[in-house]
Design a protein around this ligand. Structure first.
Ligand SMILES: *Cc1c(COP(=O)(O)O)cnc(C)c1O
Length: 235
């Protein structure tokens, strides 16, 4: 039987292999362990195997886990990677270290106002809707610069980069077509990130790649892959 520790090691190995294959520096890609829907016992198991960054998708569930685990595991870095409505921003501002899904200035402004004074700035990524599907959250490529400039003026937020969820591979007729579309989307994201970095040199996070496409994402410059099922099992 494979354990969470085994699967974590395997995910780290896949990342290290992709870094080497695509001439990326060793440890230039961070692993975010996506623990949504999984019990705190799974998070503790991954923690004991050395993992420190965890991603959550649902506001209440994430808040409960942060409150439960912070007393004994204060060095966990909590990332919120799910959709966020404006009436829930306070929970994120008060409990999380990172938010990957900023796509409206109004949300950023609320987080700026609600971030507690005794905490460091909230690390944020702008979510980009790279597939162009109406159902997907995020701003279009041409809107990124404007939102970045608004966030950069907010002292309680620290702009770290961009995040995206690309097209589903299952939406394509065959694997070749799917890979071509994914490559195109990852390249556009990398170009967007590099352009933004010219204005904000401190940016360091291109959050893209999940269990099924981490190799391709790393080939295209991802600095943070978000892996759930490959570590914690199917949901
Ligand atoms: C669930 C989720 C992941 C992890 O997906 P897996 O397929 O389980 O690796 C990554 N990013 C986001 C935004 C998610 O919602």
């Amino acid at each position: 039987m494979t354990t969470i520790a085994d699967r974590l090691k395997l995910a780290q190995f896949r990342i290290a292999q992709a870094e080497q294959e695509h001439h990326r520096p060793h440890q230039s890609v961070n692993l975010l362990a996506v623990s949504k829907t999984k019990p705190v016992s799974d998070i503790i198991e991954a923690y004991q195997a050395g993992q420190r960054s965890f991603g959550e998708n649902y506001v209440q569930e994430g808040q409960q886990k942060v409150i439960k685990l912070t007393p004994n595991y204060p060095d966990i870095e909590w990332h919120f990677i799910g959709p966020l409505q404006s009436n829930k921003t306070r929970i994120i501002a008060e409990n999380f270290d990172w938010l990957h899904t900023v796509s409206r200035e109004k949300i950023a402004q609320r987080l700026q106002e609600q971030r507690p004074a005794d905490k460091p700035p909230l690390n944020v990524c702008i979510q980009v809707n790279i597939s162009g599907e109406d159902s997907k959250a995020g701003v279009g490529l041409i809107e990124v610069a404007q939102l970045a400039s608004a966030i950069a003026a907010m002292p309680n937020l620290r702009l770290r980069g961009i995040m995206a969820i690309p097209s589903q591979q299952a939406n394509f007729d065959n694997i070749t077509q799917a890979q071509a579309e994914l490559s195109k989307e990852f390249s556009q994201l990398k170009a967007c990130f590099d352009t933004l970095k010219q204005t904000y040199p401190q940016l360091d996070t291109l959050s893209m790649g999940m269990s099924d496409d981490l190799g391709l994402a790393i080939a295209h410059g991802s600095t943070m892959v978000r892996i759930g099922s490959a570590i914690f099992g199917a949901r």
